[in-house]
Write a protein that binds this ligand. Structure first.
Ligand code: ARG
Length: 293
C-alpha cells in the first residue's frame, strides 16, 4: 500500500507518511498498577488490580518478538522506578515527519502520576538526534489520542478525556496538517486508541459505542469500510487496541474471537498475543509501542 498523498477537505495536504519500519518499546521492569486513572485498573470491588510481574515480562517479550517477526525493528528504553505506566509508550510522544525527517511532539500528560515519564522520552529522542517539540501546558497524550492512518496520511485525534480540544490548534499549526477530531465521552474508552484503529485500505476498526453521532458520521466520511468491534471484546480484551503496522497483519490480544473473525473476513492476518497483565492497567498491543519511521 505504501504512502500516498491525498487532498482532504480542510486546511492542508496530509504529510506523506509511509508504513512504519521501527517501534519503540519500554521494558516492563517497573510496570505495576499503583493508582487508578482509568476504570480498567480496578476490579469489581473497586480495588487496584494486582500484577504478576514475571508473567508481564513474558508477555512483553512475546509481543516484542511478534513485532520483530513482522519486520519491525524494535528500539527499547528502560522503564524507570516509580513510573508504573511508562511501559505504555504510545502516550508520551506524537511522531511526525518534517521535511522527510522524523520529529516528535512531547506529550503533556493528563495525570500528575504520568507527567514525569515524558523527560525520559525527550532524553531518548535527543540521543537519537530526533528533534523534539513541546506545545505548552494543555493535555496531549501522544499516540494514545492522536493516530496516523499511514495509508492515507490522515491524522485522527480524540479529545475530552485525556487530550484537550484546546491542544489541537497548536498541534495542527506545528505539524502543518489538519487533524480530524472526535469527542470521547466514555471513561472505558479514555484514549482514541481504545476505540479507533485504522487498518489501511480505507478501512478502520471502531467501537461505535465510544463515539458521538457526529463522530460516527465523520468516520463514515473518511473510510470506505468501517468494521465494528463487539463492545464486550472491546472492553474485556481491549480488542480495538490492536496494531496493524502494514495494512495486512493485525497484532491483537488473544481471545477476541468475533473481532478476529471479522478481520479475517476482510483479508487481515491475525497474530494473537497475550497482554492480559497490561489490560489490568487499561492498555494492550497498540499502546505498548510507539511506531516510528
Ligand atoms: N494505565 C495507563 C493510563 O491510564 C494505560 C495507558 C494505556 N495507553 C493507551 N494508549 N490506551 O494512562
Amino acid at each position: 500500500m505504501g504512502s500516498n498523498k491525498e487532498q482532504i477537505a480542510g486546511i492542508n495536504t496530509p504529510t506523506t507518511m509511509n508504513w512504519p519500519k521501527k517501534a519503540l518499546m519500554v521494558t516492563p521492569d517497573f510496570f505495576n498498577v499503583e493508582y487508578a486513572i482509568n476504570p480498567h485498573m480496578m476490579n469489581e470491588k473497586g480495588e487496584l488490580n494486582t500484577i504478576d510481574q514475571k508473567e508481564a515480562h513474558r508477555q512483553w517479550s512475546a509481543l516484542k518478538k511478534t513485532f520483530e517477526n513482522l519486520g519491525l525493528e524494535i528500539l527499547t528504553i528502560n522503564g524507570e522506578e516509580g513510573l508504573p505506566d511508562m511501559v505504555f509508550c504510545a502516550n508520551q510522544c506524537f511522531p511526525f515527519l518534517k521535511e522527510g525527517q522524523l520529529n516528535i511532539v512531547l506529550s503533556e500528560m493528563h495525570s500528575e502520576q504520568r507527567k514525569p515519564e515524558v523527560p525520559y522520552f525527550k532524553t531518548w529522542a535527543e540521543n537519537e538526534n530526533i528533534p523534539t517539540h513541546k506545545l505548552g501546558d494543555r493535555p496531549l497524550e501522544g499516540m494514545g489520542d492522536v493516530i496516523w492512518d499511514y495509508s492515507s496520511g490522515k491524522i485522527f485525534g480524540g479529545y475530552g478525556l485525556r487530550t484537550s480540544i484546546d491542544t489541537y490548534p497548536k498541534l495542527e499549526t506545528l505539524i502543518d496538517q489538519e487533524i480530524i477530531k472526535f469527542e470521547l465521552l466514555d471513561e472505558k474508552f479514555y484514549h482514541l486508541d481504545t476505540c479507533f484503529s485504522p487498518l489501511g485500505n480505507q478501512t478502520v476498526a471502531i467501537v461505535k459505542e465510544a463515539f458521538t453521532d457526529e463522530g460516527l458520521k465523520t468516520i463514515s466520511q473518511h473510510f470506505k469500510t468501517v468494521l465494528e468491534i463487539p463492545l464486550e471484546e472491546a472492553i474485556n480484551q481491549l480488542a480495538c487496541n490492536l496494531c496493524c503496522p502494514n495494512g495486512k497483519d493485525v497484532v491483537i490480544q488473544q481471545g477476541a474471537n468475533r473481532t478476529n473473525k471479522l478481520l479475517r473476513e476482510h483479508g487481515y492476518t491475525i497474530h494473537e498475543v497475550n497482554t492480559s497483565e497490561f489490560i489490568k492497567s487499561g492498555g494492550s498491543v497498540f499502546c505498548m509501542k510507539m511506531l516510528l519511521h
